[in-house]
Design a protein. Structure first.
Length: 562
C-alpha cells in the first residue's frame, strides 16, 4: 500500500513502475529484492550523508538564511526564517547543547529535498517567452542556492537529491556560476566556477565568530546587560542574551560558542539593531567587550573584528560585475584602454567583466534593465567604466548622447540588489563647458517614527539629541554608496593618444599597486597626484595639465579583496 501511494504521489518514471511487475512472481526472494530496490529509488534519504560537525551546525544554518528580517506583527513568527533560527539558537543556549541545531539541519535538508523545481522548457512557447520565471527567485530557490554553497564552502558533501535540484535552479534561473577566462601565459581559455551564492555580510560575521574566543563572546553578553534600558529594543536584547549564562559551557560544548554568538546577532536582527551596512550597534557591543578584557590577545581579536565591520563586505568570488562601455569611433587609443581595463579587473580583481563596444542609448538602457534581475543578487559590488566623447552633462553614444547622471549613474544605482552595496563609476570623457542649469530641490522633514539604530552611533551629544532618534536604515537612498571618478574637472578636456588615455593608464597602475591594500579614495588621491605631475601639450593651448577628481557617497571603506 505504501509503495502504491508513493507511486501515485510522486508519478515515478515508467522504469520504476516496471519494478512492480516483479511483485507478481511467486518467488518471495524476488518480491523482497524488487521491493527493496523500489523503495531505494523512491525514498532517497537526503540526510544520510549530512555529516556536519557540531562546531559547524550553527554556522551552516546562519550562513544559509537571508539576513534581512521583515518586520511582522507577532513578536515571533514561525514562518519567518530569522525567527525560527533564532529560536533554535536560543534553545541550544538554554539547553547547553547543539542538538536542537543538528535537528534543524535535518529539517531544513528534508524541506529542501521536497522543493519542486521545474525542468527547463524544451521548446519555447508564447507563455514561456513572457514568463518572469527565469528572473524571479523564490525564497526556497534562494535557500537551496545558499545552503548548498555553504556546505561546499565548509567542505561538506551536498546530498545527491539537493545537488540535482541545485543544477535545475542554476539552469532555469540562468545564474552565472561559470565564466571563461584566458590564461595570460598559455593564451588558452579556462572555465572557472564562481563561488558567490551566499550572503556576504553573513560570511563576515561568521569570520568574526571564528576569531572570537568563548570568553570574548561571553564578554559581549555581559556588556549588553549594562546598556541603558531606555529603548525597548535594547531591553529585549539584554533580556534574551541573559540566557547565555554559563561561560564554562561555551568552552566545553563544541559548537555552543557559535550558537551563542549567532544568537546575539539574530536577536539584533529581530530588534532592528543590525543591518547589512549599518553595523555600529554591533561595533558598540564589541568595543564594550574589548574594554572589559585584560588579555592583549583578546583585545586584538576584537579590534580585528571591528576593522572588518568598517569596510564594505566583499567575500564573494567573483566580488562583482565590471561593465565597460567603450566608444571607439574617432577615439585613438580607445581599444587599448578597454583591453587594459578588462585585463586588470578580470585577472587582478577576479571580477566578471562585460564589454560593450559602440553602444546606442537603447543598448545602455537595456543592459541596465537586464542587470536588474535577482539572479545577480549575490554579487557584492558594481564597477562601470564609460569611455567616450562628452561634455559636462552628456556622454556620446553611437546614436546620439546620454545624460551622465540621469541615464547612466542613477539607473545603475537604482538596481534593487545593489542597495547598500558599493557602486564605482569611472568616466573617461571630456567635460567641456555648456550652459549651466539651475536646479532647485525641496526640503523634507525628519521622520517621526524611530527605531533603535542610534545605539552606538558616533557623534557629539548635540548631534545625537537632534538626529539620533531619527536614524532609520530601512529607507535607502539609491545614490548612497556610490563613487564617481572623472578623468578631468568640469569645463576641461581629457588627454588621450594611440596608447590610451592618461587617466585610464594611471588609474589602472595605481589600482594594481594599491587597490588591495587601501581604500579606493586613497588610490584615487595617488592617481590624482601622478596625473597632475604629467605635462601635456596641445596645438591650441600649448603646455597644460589634466586634473581628475571624484565625488563619493561611500559610507564605509571600499578595498578590493585579495
Amino acid at each position: 500500500q505504501k509503495v502504491s501511494a508513493a507511486l501515485t504521489q510522486t508519478n515515478l518514471e515508467q522504469s520504476r513502475r516496471m519494478e512492480l511487475n516483479h511483485l507478481n512472481r511467486p518467488n518471495k526472494i524476488c518480491h523482497l529484492a524488487a521491493l527493496k530496490h523500489l523503495l531505494e529509488l523512491t525514498f532517497q534519504d537526503p540526510i544520510k550523508d549530512l555529516a556536519v560537525k557540531d562546531k559547524d551546525a550553527a554556522k551552516v544554518l546562519f550562513l544559509s538564511v537571508n539576513p534581512f528580517h521583515k518586520k511582522h506583527d507577532d513578536e515571533f513568527d514561525e514562518g519567518c526564517r530569522i525567527c525560527r533560527l533564532w529560536s533554535k539558537c536560543r534553545e541550544a543556549v538554554q539547553k547547553k547543547s547543539v542538538t536542537p541545531l543538528k535537528r534543524e539541519l535535518k529539517v531544513r535538508t528534508l524541506n529542501l529535498s521536497q522543493h519542486e523545481v521545474d525542468d527547463l522548457y524544451e521548446e519555447s512557447t508564447l507563455e514561456s517567452n513572457f514568463s518572469e520565471m527565469d528572473d524571479e527567485l523564490s525564497e526556497v530557490d534562494e535557500e537551496l542556492l545558499t545552503f548548498t554553497e555553504v556546505l561546499t564552502m565548509l567542505q561538506y558533501p551536498t546530498p545527491d537529491v539537493l545537488r540535482e535540484k541545485l543544477q535545475k535552479v542554476l539552469l532555469n534561473k540562468k545564474i552565472p556560476v561559470r565564466k571563461i577566462v584566458k590564461d595570460s601565459t598559455s593564451g588558452g581559455e579556462e572555465t572557472m566556477r564562481n563561488n558567490f551564492l551566499a550572503y556576504t555580510n553573513s560570511k563576515i560575521l561568521s569570520e568574526i565568530c571564528d576569531t572570537l574566543s568563548p570568553q570574548e563572546v561571553y564578554a559581549m553578553k555581559e556588556f549588553a546587560l549594562t546598556l541603558e534600558k531606555e529603548d525597548s529594543a535594547v531591553n529585549k536584547l539584554a533580556e534574551f542574551v541573559a540566557d547565555i549564562d554559563d561561560p564554562e559551557a561555551l568552552e566545553k560544548v563544541e559548537g555552543l560558542k557559535e550558537a551563542a554568538f549567532f544568537f546575539i546577532i539574530l536577536t539584533m536582527y529581530r530588534e532592528s539593531l543590525l543591518y547589512r551596512l549599518y553595523t555600529h550597534p554591533l561595533e558598540h557591543l564589541l568595543k564594550g567587550a574589548r574594554d572589559s578584557l585584560r588579555d592583549p590577545d583578546q583585545k586584538s581579536h576584537i579590534e580585528e573584528a571591528i576593522g572588518k565591520l568598517r569596510r564594505y563586505p566583499m567575500t564573494s568570488n567573483p566580488p562583482g560585475i565590471c561593465v565597460i562601455f567603450n566608444m571607439t569611433d574617432t577615439r585613438d587609443g580607445a581599444k587599448s584602454d578597454a583591453i587594459k581595463v578588462k585585463h586588470v579587473f578580470e585577472n587582478e580583481f577576479n571580477y566578471d567583466v562585460l564589454v560593450k563596444i559602440n553602444s546606442t542609448a537603447k543598448d545602455v538602457k537595456n543592459l541596465i534593465a537586464k542587470l536588474n534581475s535577482p539572479r545577480y543578487m549575490f554579487y557584492d559590488s558594481l564597477v562601470v567604466f564609460f569611455m567616450a566623447h562628452g561634455d559636462k552633462t552628456y556622454l556620446r553614444v553611437k546614436d546620439g548622447q546620454i545624460h551622465r547622471r540621469n541615464d547612466l549613474i542613477q539607473p545603475f544605482s537604482e538596481i534593487e540588489w545593489l542597495n547598500r552595496k558599493p557602486k564605482l563609476f569611472f568616466i573617461q570623457a571630456c567635460a567641456n563647458k555648456r550652459t549651466r542649469l539651475s536646479v532647485c530641490e525641496g526640503t523634507a522633514g525628519l521622520r517621526t517614527s524611530t527605531d533603535s539604530l542610534s545605539l552606538g552611533i558616533g557623534g557629539s551629544s548635540d548631534w545625537k539629541n537632534n538626529y539620533g532618534q531619527h536614524t532609520d536604515a530601512n529607507i535607502v537612498n539609491s545614490l548612497a554608496d556610490t563613487l564617481v571618478s572623472y578623468a578631468t574637472m568640469w569645463y576641461h578636456v581629457a588627454s588621450r593618444n594611440e596608447k590610451g588615455s592618461l587617466y585610464i593608464n594611471t588609474l589602472l597602475d595605481c589600482l594594481k599597486e594599491r587597490g588591495k591594500q587601501t581604500s579606493i579614495e586613497n588610490v584615487l588621491r595617488e592617481m590624482h597626484y601622478k596625473v597632475n605631475t604629467v605635462s601635456l601639450v596641445s596645438d591650441d593651448d600649448g603646455a597644460w595639465k589634466q586634473t581628475p577628481y571624484y565625488e563619493s557617497s561611500l559610507q564605509k571603506e571600499f578595498i578590493f579583496p585579495s
